[in-house]
Design a protein around this ligand. Structure first.
Ligand code: B3K
Ligand code: ZN
Length: 880
């Protein structure tokens, strides 16, 4: 097969102005009649054949301008419908297809989830419903008539506003008609039919229009949708206030389904969600779940403007809607919660998920140049790094110009399918700045490295900083041009005083840089000298993580300790503690691999003691400091010849050292933060719980009586956050308490699939030799099903991505297991299978023995001859 290339983009030869769908829902034989109004595209090739996309379709009938066409002619296959030389003026097509939603295990197109019919069309699922120009630059106005047995689907929903609904007389059937006045690409089409419960509310927009809001869930789950509704209303208000964006239809519906390939989908006026991101009650959802629900609700809602009103010209522009919308949801969460803590959490995610992608065989541009399977490009690079680029743009041009650029973008491209160039041009225009170099961030993959050297001249009271940027080669890109990198900078005294940035005329920063504190690197090297510094300052670099780079600066340990205590930039206060811990852990890994013991460092313990002491001011922040760098973070820092067992041992030793060095403080903190009363998911309360549970976790790492505390907490905590935290701590310590707790948890939650997912995931992550056996046994548990994506991800995904020592077991059993599951899953659901295979993305960084075993497992996958395009693409790139 040939890849699809950005450079080959051509406008469509035909446009489809109107789509009228008439859909009779049936579990095995749904009938779809699509009436399309087409016309030649003035921008396309005249007289070209009309080639419509299909995917596994069964054509029943075909009419062109009302006249039947012979469907047995050879221009029809399940995957394509070609009409040779169609009319040169507007014409209509009527296409009848028959679908079997019950047999659709890919969960793309029309499928069944629980007792409902639902659809997923992004990226290329609409072609599994009818033949179409399934590309995002074909925008049409849709009318949808849905018909079903009243008992089978009393609720019938589609995009837009409902214009009619009635029983069909003399039958047990009924219908509903939905009209969406906003032209949209077919990937935003959706329908839902089923017997569902709902909660309703209203929202009055800034201009005074009333919008009917509905969230549809399984009967009985209605109360658990209340938080999602609250989050939705807050998101709607926020988008008006911060981006001036008002909702545009009379209704906004959300449906939660339990079988869903990803998190949620922003279909116009009818978002479909994985129920994991809707359902929450204090008894079943953690604080993190609440925060994620808020973020995903906001994300999908924000797509209404960034994605729907302005969509993407082609799938190469995916970051235009995804990176931008992630940026918007990050900003929303920052405003709803603690900005500083959100920033730390977002950067943690970026480093944990995107940095390894950029460093491995699956590295790709934020805007890819080519693809075989677009579904494999819904990645951390497109989403998370894409969001960082928008944030960086804002840092570079300033908040005011950024907002002006967004306003211009909305005004200019509303109702169109746009490109990244068009987006960036808006910001260039309003800021008067040449953003050509900035655009390289979209077309060069890899994480840039910025090395900084500092030299202090006491006599001159001057500090010289030498910056050097570079970027390792990535697949298909050996040479990189320099990036524009904004480095937010602060100079501090060791007791936390801030020095003014003063430069000389020769080797200085610009007035703009001095005023903003943001230094811009545009060349491979830059030297800056700062004056009027009576002491050697602590250099606070990359404040707020002002660019998605890897920073290398040999700060002294004193500097890091001082920063952890005083840096006025809270991100760097956290970063300094992480850098310190990372260095310590890297040294320990070395020693352990050489047969020695981990290094102990009382200074670090002392620094943490101060963090604990200061924690009442910001418990959530302190919890972030206590969460040491993860095993995968350490592996990434090591970069090559990685031994996951040594990393685990080093981290375990450090946790034990903290637990024993700070036993009294941790124990006291745990007691002082005890909760009673009602649950509130707000950030302050969540922060206290996070700190309390982090304290117990570290305490238990070194003190066996911690297990008694954890078991008591597990048993008596009325709410999920504390219950699962107790269980998570017990899970790390083999013994009777652990097994008792797992059993009790199952008994308590056995009717709550989302809570059972947590039970699967915790067991899958047990870092002990028996983990794989336990997982194999759990796969036969009645609560498990490989065909449900949430279950598969909870058990197998959590193992592959979260259990570093056992996935990377030195006998290769983890690799073999995951590879075998990928093959099994691929037959049913290629998207979920391909995603799971992504767990191998860092295999080349492993030590040679494991590398060989991982490669062998990948070779077994590639040797299968019936791979889906999804898995084939990932395995081929992984081995490249
Ligand atoms: N746009 C969808 C993702 C669709 C993934 C298709 N494989 C959800 C989101 O990003 O909002
Ligand atoms: Zn999105």
């Amino acid at each position: 097969a040939q890849p699809i290339r950005l450079a080959d983009y051509r406008p469509p030869d035909y446009l489809i102005d109107r789509v009228d769908l008439d859909i009779r829902l049936d579990r095995q034989a749904t009938r779809v009649i699509a009436r399309l109004k087409l016309r030649p595209n003035p921008q396309g090739k005249t007289g070209a054949d009309l080639v419509l996309d299909g995917d596994g379709l069964r054509l029943k009938r075909l009419l062109l301008d009302g006249a039947p066409l012979d469907i047995h002619a050879n221009f029809v296959t399940p995957d394509r419908l070609t009409i040779a030389s169609p009319p040169h003026e507007p014409f209509s097509l009527e296409i009848e297809t028959e679908l079997n939603p019950a047999a659709n295990t890919q969960l793309m197109g029309l499928y069944r989830s629980g007792s409902a019919y639902c659809t997923q069309c992004e990226a290329e699922g609409f072609r599994r419903i009818t033949y179409f120009l399934d590309r995002p630059d074909v925008l049409s106005v849709y009318s949808v008539r849905l018909e079903a047995e009243q008992t089978d689907a009393p609720i019938l929903l589609s995009n837009g506003n409902r214009t009619a609904t009635a029983a069909i007389e003399g039958t047990s059937r009924h219908f509903a008609v939905w009209h969406d006045p906003f032209p949209k690409p077919c990937y935003l089409f959706a329908l839902v039919g089923g017997d569902l419960g709902a909660i309703h509310d209203t929202f009055t927009t800034a201009s005074g229009r009333e919008v009917q809001l509905g969230i549809y869930v399984e009967h009985g789950k209605e109360p658990s949708a209340a938080y999602a509704m609250d989050a939705l209303k807050r998101a709607m208000r926020w988008d008006e206030e911060v981006f001036g964006r008002e909702y545009d239809l009379d209704v906004f519906n959300i449906v939660a389904v339990s079988d869903f390939n990803m998190g949620a989908m922003e279909n116009k006026g009818l978002n479909v969600f994985n129920d994991k991101y809707i359902l929450a009650s204090p008894e079943t959802a953690t604080d993190t779940d609440y925060a994620q629900i808020e973020a995903v609700i906001a994300h999908e809602y924000f797509h209404n403007w960034t994605g729907n009103r302005i969509t993407c010209r082609d799938w190469f522009q995916l970051c235009l809607k995804e990176g931008l919308t992630v940026f918007r949801d990050h900003e929303f969460s920052a405003d709803m919660r603690s900005r500083a803590v959100r920033r730390i959490a977002d950067v943690r995610t970026l480093r944990a998920q995107q940095f390894p992608e950029d460093a491995g065989p699956l590295a790709h541009n934020v805007r890819p140049d080519s693809y075989y399977e677009i579904n494999n490009f819904y990645t951390a690079t497109v989403y998370e790094k894409g969001a960082e680029l928008i944030r960086m743009l804002k840092v570079l041009i300033g908040a005011k110009a950024f907002r002006a650029g967004m306003d211009l973008y909305f005004a200019r491209y509303d109702g169109t399918a746009a490109t990244v160039e068009q987006f960036i041009a808006c910001f260039a225009e309003v800021s008067g700045r040449d953003l050509t170099q900035f655009s390289r961030w979209y077309s060069q993959s890899g994480t840039p490295l910025v090395e900084v050297e500092a030299h202090y001249d006491a006599a001159a009271q001057a500090l010289t900083l030498d910056f050097r940027q570079s970027c390792k080669k990535t697949p298909g890109q050996d040479e990189k041009l320099p990036f524009v990198i904004p480095i937010e900078l602060g100079l501090l005294s060791h007791d936390g005083k801030i020095f003014d940035l003063v430069t000389g005329p020769q080797d200085g920063a610009s007035a703009h840089e001095l005023a903003t504190g943001v230094i811009e690197l545009t060349e491979p090297r830059r030297r800056l000298t700062f004056h009027a510094l009576p002491e050697r300052p602590v250099v606070s670099l990359l404040r707020g993580f002002s660019a998605p780079i890897s920073l290398c600066y040999a700060a002294s340990e004193d500097d890091l300790i001082a920063q952890t205590a005083h840096d006025s930039d809270s991100f760097n206060r956290w970063q300094a503690s992480q850098t310190y811990a990372t260095r310590l852990l890297l040294r320990s890994v070395e020693r352990i691999r050489a047969g020695g013991a981990a290094e102990s460092d009382p200074r670090f313990i002392d620094a943490l003691r101060h963090v604990l002491k200061a924690s009442p001011a910001d418990p959530a922040f302190a919890a972030q400091v206590l969460a040491l760098p993860g095993e995968a973070d350490i592996a990434r820092e090591i970069g090559a010849n990685v031994d996951p067992d040594a990393i685990f041992a080093a981290r375990k030793a450090l946790r034990e050292a903290i637990g024993s060095g700070l036993a009294d403080e941790l124990r006291a903190l745990y007691a002082s933060l005890a909760e009673d009363g009602a649950y509130s998911p707000d950030a302050a309360a969540a922060g206290r719980r996070a700190l309390r549970n982090a304290a117990l976790d570290l305490y238990t790492a070194a003190n066996p009586d911690g297990r008694t505390l954890a078991e008591a907490q597990f048993t008596h905590a009325p709410f999920m956050t504390d219950k699962i935290a107790g269980l998570g701590i017990l899970a790390l310590h083999a013994g009777a308490e652990r097994e008792r707790a797992f059993e009790a948890y199952y008994e308590f939650y056995k009717n709550e699939p989302l809570a059972i997912d947590k039970w699967f995931a915790l067991q899958a992550a047990i870092p002990e030799a028996g983990a794989l056996e336990r997982i194999r046994a759990l796969m036969t548990h009645p609560a498990f099903s490989l065909s449900n994506p949430n279950r598969a991800r909870a058990l197998i995904g959590a193992f592959a991505a979260g259990n570093q020592t056992q996935f990377n077991a030195p006998d290769g059993s983890g690799y073999d297991f995951v590879a075998a599951i990928v093959l099994q899953l691929d037959e049913k659901n290629p998207q979920v299978a391909a995603r799971l295979l992504g767990a191998f993305k860092s295999w080349r960084a492993l030590e040679p023995h494991r590398r060989g075993l991982a490669e062998a497992a990948l070779r077994r996958v590639i040797a299968q001859n019936r791979l889906s395009p999804d898995v084939k693409d990932i395995v081929e790139r992984s081995l490249n």
